[in-house]
Design a protein around this ligand. Structure first.
Ligand SMILES: Cc1ncc(COP(=O)(O)O)c(C=O)c1O
Length: 361
């Protein structure tokens, strides 16, 4: 059976060799006579895998030694609370750059723990773009500046990060982590629900700088403290072994396929093909996002009517193109082109877009 063209926003497409390896090893992993699903997280085989995943991530992103990589659970949604819970006290202020659905949720959680200054309110631009640096109203001495690097639903993305003058950036990178190489050093904390660009649902990747870790609040429940997980190398309790195994395999795949620089080239090419098609049919396709803020991962656009959008999604399905429907909160069409989405899938959807515009325009 041929694989479908998978454009889901998450959980999302994984590299075929990663899935094949999991299939091959399902009954007998590393000659243990058992599967990774059935193996103790305290075994030496698991320990090697766990540490390899951390080492690979550090290597691919050139993460300096003064950062810890953690594997947590609870999704990025738990991080909306866990980050301010650990980092912010009731007399401190954190700056939040509001650009979409997920930053709004992050702001709501942060307000439970301290002062939140909305440094940019994306509602004023209908969430159609990322702010320019001059538009940010940052608080001198803020505890941190929070941003969502890629807005999965709205289809906007930071293409450069603001200069926060030494204030650590805390970033939700759930939908664009590993899409390209970037300098980790301005970031105090990065959190990522793995299920878009890094692996399956069930594990949350956290990269935290040692100075922030040392300043985390201690009067918190054990499982909600970053320090607990950092001290125990994310093995305080049973970790999501299978999800981490897949993440490790994805990281191996990225390394074997040219690393993040190669991913960036491919991702730009794929997104470019789709945006060029949108721009070439201005009377039919409409991109709500301003050009400089367009996401390379989640490409959103509208058709002339909701009826045509529904028809596009239906006809796409018949061509085995999955996940074309925009998020239920905004409607329209969304095509997600994460690292593992092959160029061939993008060429197919672009061909379909052109045909559809011709037949229905
Ligand atoms: C940017 C971003 N942040 C947070 C979330 C929520 O992640 P989770 O479902 O892992 O809690 C999502 C999910 O789609 C997302 O795209």
């Amino acid at each position: 059976m041929a694989r479908a063209y998978n454009f889901f926003a998450g959980p999302a497409v994984l590299p075929v060799p990663v899935l094949e390896q999991a299939q091959r090893e399902m009954l007998d992993w590393e000659n243990t006579g058992t599967s990774i699903l059935e193996t103790s997280h305290r075994s030496k085989e698991y320990d090697a895998l766990h540490n390899e995943a951390i080492a690979l991530l550090k290597e691919l992103l050139q993460i300096p030694d003064n950062y810890k990589v953690l594997f947590l659970q609870g999704g990025a949604s738990l991080q909306f609370a866990m980050a301010p819970m650990n980092l912010l006290t009731s007399d401190q202020t954190a700056d939040y750059i509001h650009t979409g659905t997920w930053s709004k949720k992050a702001i709501a959680e942060a307000k439970l723990f301290g002062h939140v200054n909305v440094a940019f309110d994306g509602e004023t631009v209908k969430r159609t773009r990322i702010p320019k640096p001059s538009e940010l109203k940052l608080t001198p001495g803020a505890r941190y500046v929070h941003l969502t690097s890629n807005n999965t639903i709205e289809g906007t993305q930071f293409h450069s990060f603001p200069d926060t003058r030494g204030v650590p950036i805390v970033s939700d990178m759930s939908s664009d982590f590993l899409w390209h190489p970037f300098d980790v050093r301005p970031f105090g904390l990065i959190y990522v629900g793995a299920q878009k660009n890094c692996g399956p649902a069930g594990v949350t990747l956290v990269v935290i700088r040692d100075d922030l870790l040392a300043q985390c609040r201690e009067d918190l429940p054990t499982m909600l403290k970053y320090q607990t997980h950092a001290k125990e190398n994310s093995l305080f309790n049973t970790c999501p072994c299978f999800a981490i195994y897949i993440v490790r395999n994805v990281l191996r795949y990225l390394k074997a396929n040219g690393g993040l620089a190669a991913m960036e080239t491919q991702n730009r090419r794929k997104a470019g093909l789709i945006y060029d098609t949108i721009d070439a049919h201005p009377g039919f396709f409409r991109a709500p996002v301003e050009k400089e803020s367009r996401s390379v991962m989640n490409i959103v656009f509208r058709l002339p009517s909701e009826e045509l959008e529904a028809k596009f999604v239906d006809e796409g399905k018949k061509r085995r193109m999955l996940g074309l429907k925009g998020h239920r909160s905004v409607g329209g069409i969304r095509i997600s082109t994460y690292n593992a989405c092959p160029l061939e899938a993008v060429e197919a959807v672009v061909g379909f877009m052109k045909e559809f515009a011709q037949a229905n325009g």
